[in-house]
Design a protein around this ligand. Sequence first.
Ligand code: MD3
Ligand code: FE
Length: 206
Amino acid sequence: MAAPVEIAPGCLWWQGYLDRAAQEQLVAELRDLLAQAPLFTPRMPKTGKPFSVRMSNCGPLGWVSDEAGYRYQPTHPETGQPWPAFPERLLAAWRDLAGTALQPEACLINWYGEGARMGLHQDRDEEEFAAPVLSLSLGDTAVFRIGGRERGDPTRSIRLASGDALLLSGPSRLAFHGVDRVIPGSSTLLKQGGRINLTLRRVHPG
Ligand code: MD3
Ligand code: FE
């Protein structure tokens, strides 16, 4: 495995962590998984304004958002079914890169179609910030931005390409971050284009 680049304190970036064959295998597993737990359109708390990113989850817990608020729950918000199990390849990535003996409890699946983006935010709905978050990117390249713990802190931008892994630990765990845009046609992995981001997370303290 190539050495990671530290793009902000505690934020490690492995370019090309997954080779093409591993990316294709993961996409095939995700196709089956999304047939069980279909993508849903999250809505903003209170206003109900839809996100441009569509989502699903796997693992014991999943992140959902609607008029009632942001939360983790064990079931899909539309089907009421438990989330599917983690694909083995995701657990292997966590073992390789996360640097903790704790198991992940949730994996949020973000799907970016044409024009989808994610505004600058912090991930604070977990009850555990000591554990890292691990992100894997598949499909079209994203222009990803990360700053500091305050919204106004300076930011740095990197392009997350298909197969890249990003670990958010230490000070970067509570950094503001977002996706400014996705570059159409930048990958041949997903036949219909678009981008998938997977984030493995710990929700509760060990
Ligand atoms: C920095 N996802 O799901 S992945 C998210 O590309 C999210 O879909 C983006 O932000 C995406 O919450 C960014 C990289 C990432 C993931 C989680 C983080 C960066 C993070 C948590 C804390 C700090
Ligand atoms: Fe986030």
